[in-house]
Design a protein around this ligand. Structure first.
Ligand SMILES: [Zn+2]
Length: 300
């Protein structure tokens, strides 16, 4: 070992201790491959300033961006049997759940209430990081709880899915959530409350086949993949090449499957406007006194 390594290296290392260097200062945009400074990305609600690519959001950030001033209260969700089928593939389902909880510290769906544009609202936001945002019994319970809270509070209900579909580790119990979440939507409709869905990347499988397509208004974020089966599966089945941008939000808007494509920065304002449009009862016609008809027009 030379004097340079013995003396100079430890000194230089001393200047730049590992924990002084913040990690993840830059993020690479997966669409345009530009490097973006993390603060710039956060200030832009995690939308690429170069190409407008909408990065995936976790449930907490989603709620921060949608509620007024980022203020809201999350609700505690009913406890469910966590592994009813004692499922095991390469790994035990119990272990997968435990790992997912340690990473995201919550479940696949977070429900919160607050205001949007000063109007009360309940939001159920999916977290794709939690086992692909898959819909198991817990997600079904969360959506039912959210809908019932909206009815209790006389609020609008907004769901923001980001999901690969059913949770296969819960087998048929997962599929049953499609019917349960449809019932949740019905409860809102019976109470004449607005139900709005904000489809984010990706919204697929059993989620698309149930509550996600039942909104009074279906909004999507730009570029979001929305569909039931994946492109490759469809191409292999029908042996046809699918058109460019198939299953993207813009394509679905063009073909009448959704109502609006809204950029993330404009979502809160759009939701606020929609809630007030859906809630405000139209003014009743005013009763105007008619002038008495001239005497010669009077019937004999
Ligand atoms: Zn980009």
């Amino acid at each position: 070992m030379s004097w340079l390594e013995r003396f100079a290296r430890p000194k230089v290392r001393g200047f730049f201790r590992k924990d002084d260097i913040p990690q993840d200062l830059w993020e690479k945009c997966p669409a345009c491959e530009q490097m973006i400074f993390h603060r710039e990305l956060e200030n832009n609600q995690r939308v690429c300033p170069h190409c407008d690519h909408h990065f995936r959001l976790d449930a907490v950030k989603r709620l921060d961006y949608l509620f007024d001033d980022g203020e809201y209260q999350t609700i505690e969700l009913p406890k469910v049997a966590s592994d009813p089928l004692r499922f095991r593939d390469r790994k035990r389902y119990q272990d997968r759940l435990r790992d997912a909880r340690s990473e995201t510290n919550q479940d696949a769906v977070v429900v919160a209430h607050g205001t949007i544009g000063g109007q009360s609202a309940v939001i159920a936001a999916f977290d794709f990081a939690f086992l692909g945002g898959s819909m198991g019994v817990a997600a079904g319970e969360a959506l039912l709880s959210g809908a019932r809270l909206a009815v209790l509070q006389d609020s609008a209900f907004i769901v923001v899915p980001a999901s690969g579909g059913a949770r296969m580790q819960e087998g048929t119990l997962s599929l049953m959530q499609m019917a349960r979440t449809t019932v949740a939507v019905d409860e809102l409709k019976e109470a004449h409350l607005p139900y709005i869905v904000v489809l984010t990347n990706p919204t697929t499988g059993g989620v698309t086949a149930s509550f996600a397509m039942l909104g009074d208004v279906a909004i999507a974020e730009p570029g979001a993949v929305i569909g039931f089966a994946g492109t490759r599966v469809i191409e292999d089945t029908i042996r046809e090449k699918l058109p460019e941008g198939f299953q993207r939000a813009e394509h679905l808007l063009e073909h009448g499957m959704i109502d609006m494509v809204v950029r993330r920065q404009d979502l809160r304002a759009s939701l606020s406007r929609l809630i007030s449009l859906l809630r405000d009862t139209p003014p009743t016609a005013q009763v105007v006194a008619l002038n008495p008809a001239p005497a010669n027009d009077q019937p004999e």
